[in-house]
Design a protein around this ligand. Structure first.
Ligand code: COA
Length: 379
């Protein structure tokens, strides 16, 4: 006979809220301030490029002109996928979630990377460079292949932002669009111990290597409570359709206990600084591209959620209307997030290896004890 199951009184670090699992010098959140290596996100979004930010996250300082040139050359020459991978593209199903496709292609890249299972710093940096350069290439190639087109090769003299838009749409992007997209990449590049960075750290703590860590992170980012929220926000705005339907839609959604995507945050309570920057961008770009109602609905929803639920909007909220206005297919929003966040994941893997100890927490056991085996015919 089993002992009665003890009632779990719960909430012991449920969701690891407030638990500090490691020291980190990569990024931090203080109130509504987000710092990458000590620099505010506003400062970096206004002045830096995504390539500079990747360097900053990995090395800890802003590169000199020479350091940036060398780093960017290496990164940009790594954007092209190995030729054998084009065969996989045409063999893999494309009516799948693009995050699953990304997973599959990265698993394939692992098999062709001679550094795959090395965990020393030099090999980890080489793999970080390849992965950070290539995720955007894979996402754009996926879009081309599923539209019946051959993937485009990146141009090594151009940036990651430029190339992503070029390879996705098949035409050279204008500089304003590139600058905006580059800012989006900067805003999403890292965010302290978010769920996917934590996943990457847990996996790397077993000395499993960069590819496994990044694949774990991709799987974690995919969920709608994390990076998958941006896609859901766009679907929600399209479902609401017009600003005059907003209030009744929201009442219905809240009454049925739904979570409104793009709202709430575990750490930010007063406001997400990334959302503020994206809000301004959304206001401009939705007007310029003929979708002003998307911004109007978003801004109104932000006010209503603040009044009704005292919840702030997070990075995924205004990024949805921005990406929509850029003509990025909705199911690629989370892969676009990965195109940026891979830089942060790699920074966390590099940092984890500098002072590694395997992550191994405990679970509070609430199951039965003292059971004895009953032969199958007597059960
Ligand atoms: N819509 C409606 N209610 C929400 C909400 C949302 N987006 N986010 C949180 N809440 C409510 C919860 O239902 C809960 O209410 P309760 O105490 O009455 O049960 C309360 O606010 C606390 O939320 P909780 O889910 O416990 O917070 P968390 O810290 O565990 O989760 C998020 C944080 C971000 C996962 C959560 O806010 C969420 O699911 N948001 C929507 C998805 C999203 O935008 N994710 C992107 C994150 S960057």
């Amino acid at each position: 006979m089993s002992e009665p199951v003890q009632e779990y009184t719960g909430a012991i670090d449920r969701g690891l809220e407030g638990v500090v699992t490691c020291t980190t010098s990569i990024s931090t959140i203080e109130g509504s301030t987000l710092l990458y290596r000590g620099y505010t996100i506003e400062d970096l979004a206004e002045h830096a490029t995504f390539e500079e930010v990747i360097y900053l996250l990995w090395y800890g300082w802003l590169p000199t002109r020479r350091e940036l040139d060398e780093f960017s050359t290496d990164l940009h020459h790594s954007m092209a996928l190995p030729p054998e991978s084009f065969g996989w593209f045409h063999g893999l199903p494309t009516r799948v979630h693009p995050m699953d496709f990304l997973h599959a292609v990265i698993a394939g890249l692992t098999l062709h990377d001679p550094d795959a299972n090395l965990v020393n710093a030099a090999a980890t940096l080489r793999k970080s460079t390849r992965l950070s350069a290539r995720i955007g290439t894979i996402v754009a190639a996926y879009q081309r292949v599923r539209s019946g087109q051959w993937p485009l090769q990146p141009l090594a003299e151009k940036s990651i932002a430029w190339n992503f838009l070029y390879m996705l749409k098949g035409e050279e992007p204008d500089e304003k669009e590139v600058a905006r997209f580059d800012t989006c990449l900067i805003l999403h590049a890292d965010h302290e111990l978010n769920a996917s960075a934590f996943s990457a750290r847990v996996t790397s703590s077993t000395l499993s290597g960069t590819y496994s860590s990044i694949m774990a992170a991709i799987g974690t980012l995919k969920g709608p409570l994390h990076g998958g929220a941006n896609e859901q926000v766009a679907r929600m705005l399209l479902e609401i359709k017009s600003p005059d339907r907003l209030e009744s839609w929201l009442e219905g959604a809240l009454a049925s206990g739904e979570k409104i995507m793009g709202f709430g945050h575990r750490v930010y309570k007063e406001g997400d600084p990334r959302a503020k920057i994206l809000k301004a961008m959304s206001k401009e770009i939705t007007r310029e591209t003929g979708h002003p109602e998307l911004y109007e609905m978003s801004a109104r929803l932000e006010d209503l959620m603040s009044q009704r639920k005292a919840l702030i909007c997070n990075v995924d909220f205004y990024s949805a209307s921005v990406y929509y206005s850029m003509g990025i297919p909705i199911d690629l929003y989370t892969p676009v997030f990965a195109t940026s966040r891979v830089a942060g994941w790699c920074a966390h893997v590099l940092e984890q290896y500098q002072n590694n100890r395997i992550y191994r927490p405990r679970g509070k056991y609430v199951g039965p004890k003292g059971e004895t085996y009953t032969p199958i015919d007597e059960r």
